[in-house]
Design a binder for this molecule. Sequence first.
Ligand code: NAP
Length: 476
Amino acid sequence: MAIVGAGMSGLCMAAKLRQAGFDDLVVHESAGEVGGTWRDNTYPGLSCDVPARFYSYSFAPHAGWSRNFAPGAEIQRYFVGASADLGLRRHIRFDSEIARADWDGRRYRLRTTDGHTDHADVLIAATGILREPRLPDIEGLSSFAGAAFHSARWDHSVPLRGKRIAVIGTGSTGVQITSALAGVAKPLTLFQRTAQWILPLPQLPYSPVSRAALRVVPGLNRLSYRSYQHIMELVFGHAAVEPGWQRSAVAEVCRSYLRLAIRDPRLRAKLTPPDDPMCKRLIMSASFYPALRRRDVHLVTDSITRVEPAGIRTSDGRLHEVDVIVLATGFDAHAFLRPMELVGEHGQTLSDAWRDGPRGYRTVAVPGFPNFFTLIGPHSPIGNHSLIAIAETQADYVLGWLERIRSGSVSTVVPTAEATEEFNTALRSAMPSTVWTTGCDSWYLGADGVPELWPWTPAVHRRMLASPVLPHFQVT
Ligand code: NAP
């Protein structure tokens, strides 16, 4: 078995396989360490906005989280520790980037970018979704005389204290960076193209007593995990996908928070989004509005016309002179697996199969590509939920097929085009009830403007992946 990627989902799959007694597995990791997005993102202020006691593997609870929303470095240490504690590191081939995988009718022939080859009976893509930085197409960016870098490629050699720093982008990343660098930069200028709704969830430290209690009584940790899961699913799980009290409540909290936290009407007008809360991914922060109230933090809403050696020129003709430009401009969320190429039955490539956008069977498999599975694949329930919980559901499902392959009752398995089409039709017809179609642009939307998300609750995802529906597959 070959897993591509040793990020959160690849480690999850490897751990499940090890627990089930599978030993013949290799995890190909293009970088030199595990962790995926948590390894790559090291920007100031990085933390996870899903509660830490829920954003952990259910099979590897961690009592030591320092805060309710864990800092990025702490999460990265958790994944490195889990990979060692669960005995996964000996299965990981670091600096091994798969360039291409070809199905030869029986198994996949893998080729790495440095020319090595390998074989796998089963191929599992755990390559994540937010890994390809999206650089803005702004004229003159390369002419800038200071330092300019993407948030996921932070240049730690660049001094920040007392510098004039520009942050471009107001997604979750830009908001966290702005909150962290307010007071460090002199001044910080935030360039906002579209205002975003903010839900004020404060960062709170966990006391040593509560951490010790969770360590001594593991049941408390499980209870905490389940409680957060229940609350997240009850509120955000429903709010995003169907109108109801959850959606109204989240919207009301966001609107009231903006009203109460920003008293200056001009600043409030600039910060009022044109769309409904949660249409774009909801941002959790109790420190962003306080940062914007500072005198040394400026919010610019005039559009950027170009970058010049001395700074950023906006449409009002003004040049904002800066020393550092941070591009918090997001990721290409639709570059599943890329740049790796996958070749399935009859020489069909995944690029061809996905010419009109990534389409899969129930987020875990693709017709035409036997013995190939995806974790956090197309249309996975992402939004504001714990991706770890989603990856666990998918890994358990994949494991079910692998048990069948191990027992000899199955040699190859691939979803039918009909079942995949039926699933995608149902998915599209459910989209109009979701908040993502209420009129905004976001990385959730595919090239055709249809959200590439799961339009039902996480519970429906669990139900759909509880066990394979055999007529939906071609099995030999
Ligand atoms: P993002 O949500 O895609 O936001 C990108 C921002 O850059 C938007 O404000 C966008 O404006 C702006 N932008 C893009 N191109 C621009 C241009 N040419 N000129 C001016 N502004 C431009 O990206 P992100 O903030 O990196 O977040 C991506 C996702 O990562 C999040 O939604 C979340 O899923 C994940 N994330 C999670 C956490 C966490 O705590 N769990 C933290 C960070 C990120 P428009 O809105 O106008 O397009």
